[in-house]
Design a protein around this ligand. Structure first.
Ligand SMILES: [Zn+2]
Length: 94
C-alpha cells in the first residue's frame, strides 16, 4: 500500500474514532443530565403541600404560584403563607 494512502486512511480512521468518541461523550452527558433532572423530581414528590384555600395537593415549589394565579393572592401574602406552611412541616418532621 502507498504510504501516503495509508497515512490518509489512518487519518480518516482517527477522525471517525474521534467523532464516535465525541458522540459517546455527548450521549453519556445527555443521560447524566436526564438522571439529574429525574432525581429532583423524585425528591419533589416527598414535599407535596395541601393548599390551605382549596385543599388541592400540589408540589411545594408550585404552591406560591398556585396561590397567586389560582386564588389571586397578593405575592407577599402568598410567600408568607408558603413560608409559614414550610416551617410548620419542618416542625412536624422534627
Ligand atoms: Zn388552591
Amino acid at each position: 500500500m502507498d504510504p501516503v494512502a495509508r497515512l490518509g486512511l489512518s487519518f480518516v480512521i482517527t477522525i471517525i474514532l474521534i467523532a464516535l468518541l465525541l458522540w459517546l461523550i455527548r450521549e453519556i452527558t445527555r443521560m447524566w443530565a436526564q438522571q439529574a433532572s429525574d432525581e429532583p423530581a423524585a425528591g419533589k414528590l416527598m414535599s407535596i403541600s395541601v393548599c390551605p384555600v382549596c385543599g388541592g395537593r400540589l408540589e411545594s415549589h408550585l404552591m406560591t404560584r398556585h396561590l397567586i394565579v389560582t386564588h389571586e393572592m397578593d405575592v407577599y401574602e402568598a410567600a408568607e403563607l408558603v413560608e409559614a406552611m414550610r416551617s410548620e412541616s419542618a416542625q412536624a418532621e422534627e
